[in-house]
Design a protein around this ligand. Structure first.
Ligand SMILES: *[C@@H]1O[C@H](CO)[C@@H](O)[C@H](O)[C@H]1NC(C)=O
Ligand SMILES: *[C@@H]1O[C@H](CO)[C@@H](O)[C@H](O)[C@H]1NC(C)=O
Length: 395
C-alpha cells in the first residue's frame, strides 16, 4: 500500500491508533453504510486496475493507440495505488467505529478486460461512477467530519476521471462545469454486474441497463437497450428513456422508441422509466419508483481535445459503451442533428426543457444552465397532457 505524505495526513486521524476520541463509538447507520459501500467500490476499482496492469503487454497498449505503454501504465498504477489507499483508510475508519468492513467480494472483469480499448473505456466509466457515488453519499452522511473525509476522496476520484477522459483519445478533459450524483442503488446498477459473489451488500441494486448500440454513440444516435426488466412484461411503447447530464435541473425524457442522443458532450446517465416525468438531478428527491432499469453511463464525445489526441491516436470508439459493458447486437441507426432536435421537440411537452438543457453545450458553454435557461418553475400538465411537470426544484 503506497502512502504519500498527503494521503497519510488524511489517513492518520482516521486510523484507529491515531484517531481522536470522537471517531470512536457508535455512528449513524447511514454514515456506516456509506463508508462500507464506498469501501466496496474502492476494492472493486483497485482490483480492476490490478488485473488490467497484470494482463496487458506493451504491445497491447501500442495497438490501442498509445505511443508508449508507459503513458497509460504510469497513470493506471498511480490510480490503483490511490484506490487501494482509499480502501485501507475507509476500513480503518469503520473499525474505529466498531464496524466490520464488507470483505470477500469477488469481482469478474473478463468482459471489461477484453482489450486495452475496452479496459480504458470501462475505467473511464468506473471513475465517473466513483464521483457520482461519493457525491450521492454526501447527501446521506450526517457527520461533517465524515463528509469532509469522503469529500477528500471525491476530489481525487474526479482527478482520475479527468486523466481517463484524456486517455480516451476522443474525450474532453473536463467535459462539464458540473457532475451528477447517484444513490447507492443507482451505483449498484453499474457496479453489481462486476460483483460475482463472496460478500453481502445490504443495499438493493437498480436493474442493470446496457446499451446494445454498436459503434460510436453520438448526437443523433438512436439508443437501444437491454435489461432484465425489458422482457415484455411492460409494453415498451409505454416506457421512456431519460438522459441526465451534469448541471441540468432535470433529465431529458423521450419515448423509449425515440431515444435519440441530443447535442451533449461528456457523461450521460441513462434510465428507463415507466412515465415521461423528468427525473430530478437531485439525488435526495429523484423519483425512484418509476425507474424500470438503470442508470447506465455513457460518454458522448462531441468535443475531442488536442490533449487527448496527442496522447493516443485513432482509438476505437468503444469508449461510448455503457458501464456494464455494451453487448453487441442491434446496429446503430443515426439521424441528423436537425432530425434529432425535431424528434426531441415533438416527443414530449417538456421539449422546452430538453432543448434548453442541450443548448449550453452546443452553443454557449460558459453561460451554461442558470443564465440562459433559468429555473423553470412551470408545473402542471404538458401540452399533450401526457406528462406532469413538477418544475425544476433542483437546489
Ligand atoms: C420481467 O420484467 C419485470 C418488470 O418489468 C420484472 O418484474 C420481472 O422480474 C422480469 N422477469 C425476468 C425473468 O427478469
Ligand atoms: C453567447 O453569449 C453571448 C453573450 O451573452 C452572445 O453574445 C452570443 O451570441 C452567444 N452565442 C451563442 C452561440 O449563443
Amino acid at each position: 500500500m503506497r502512502y504519500s505524505s498527503a494521503l497519510f495526513a488524511l489517513a492518520a486521524p482516521l486510523l484507529a491508533s491515531a484517531a481522536p476520541a470522537r471517531f470512536y463509538g457508535k455512528r449513524a447507520a447511514t454514515d456506516i453504510l456509506v463508508f462500507k459501500f464506498a469501501d466496496v467500490l474502492e476494492q472493486l476499482e483497485s482490483a480492476f486496475y490490478q488485473q488490467a496492469i497484470a494482463k496487458f503487454t506493451d504491445a497491447d497498449f501500442t495497438n490501442a493507440g498509445f505511443p508508449s505503454s508507459q503513458i497509460a501504465v504510469e497513470q493506471f498504477k498511480s490510480i490503483q495505488a490511490d484506490e487501494a489507499t482509499h480502501s485501507v483508510v475507509l476500513q480503518a475508519a469503520l473499525k474505529s467505529f466498531g464496524e466490520a468492513p464488507i470483505t470477500g467480494c469477488q469481482f469478474n472483469f473478463d468482459a471489461a478486460l477484453a482489450d486495452v480499448a475496452t479496459m480504458a473505456a470501462t475505467a473511464r466509466v468506473v471513475e465517473n461512477v466513483g464521483v457520482t457515488a461519493y457525491l450521492g453519499g454526501a447527501a446521506l452522511l450526517t457527520d461533517p467530519v465524515l463528509i469532509t473525509a469522503a469529500g477528500a476522496i471525491l476530489t481525487v476520484e474526479a482527478r482520475h476521471q479527468t486523466i481517463l477522459n484524456v486517455l480516451s483519445s476522443t474525450g474532453t478533459a473536463i467535459p462539464s462545469a458540473f457532475d451528477f450524483a447517484f444513490t447507492p442503488s443507482e451505483v449498484l446498477a453499474i457496479a453489481a454486474p462486476f460483483i460475482t459473489g463472496g460478500c453481502d451488500i445490504p443495499i438493493p441494486a437498480n436493474t442493470p441497463l446496457s446499451l446494445t448500440n454498436t459503434g460510436t454513440v453520438a448526437p443523433g444516435t438512436l439508443l437501444t437497450f437491454k435489461a432484465s426488466s425489458l422482457n415484455g412484461t411492460i409494453a415498451e411503447d409505454t416506457l421512456f428513456c431519460q438522459m441526465l447530464i451534469g448541471g441540468a435541473p432535470t433529465s431529458i425524457p423521450l419515448p423509449l422508441s425515440q431515444c435519440v442522443v441530443p447535442e451533449i458532450n461528456g457523461p450521460v446517465a441513462l434510465f428507463i422509466t415507466s412515465d415521461g416525468q423528468p427525473l430530478l438531478n437531485n439525488v435526495r428527491d429523484r423519483a425512484q419508483n418509476k425507474v424500470i432499469a438503470g442508470p447506465a453511463l455513457a460518454f458522448i464525445d462531441t468535443k475531442p481535445q488536442m490533449l487527448s489526441q496527442l496522447l493516443r491516436s485513432g482509438a476505437a470508439s468503444s469508449g461510448s459503451g455503457s458501464g456494464s459493458g455494451a453487448e453487441a447486437s442491434t446496429s446503430t441507426r443515426t439521424i441528423s442533428p436537425a432530425e434529432a432536435s425535431s424528434v426531441i421537440a415533438s416527443a414530449s411537452g417538456t421539449a422546452e426543457s430538453a432543448s434548453a438543457t442541450a443548448a449550453p453545450s452546443s452553443g454557449n458553454a460558459t453561460s451554461s444552465g442558470s443564465a440562459t435557461s433559468g429555473p423553470n418553475t412551470f408545473t402542471g400538465k404538458s401540452a399533450d397532457g401526457k406528462i406532469t411537470v413538477n418544475g425544476w426544484t433542483n437546489v
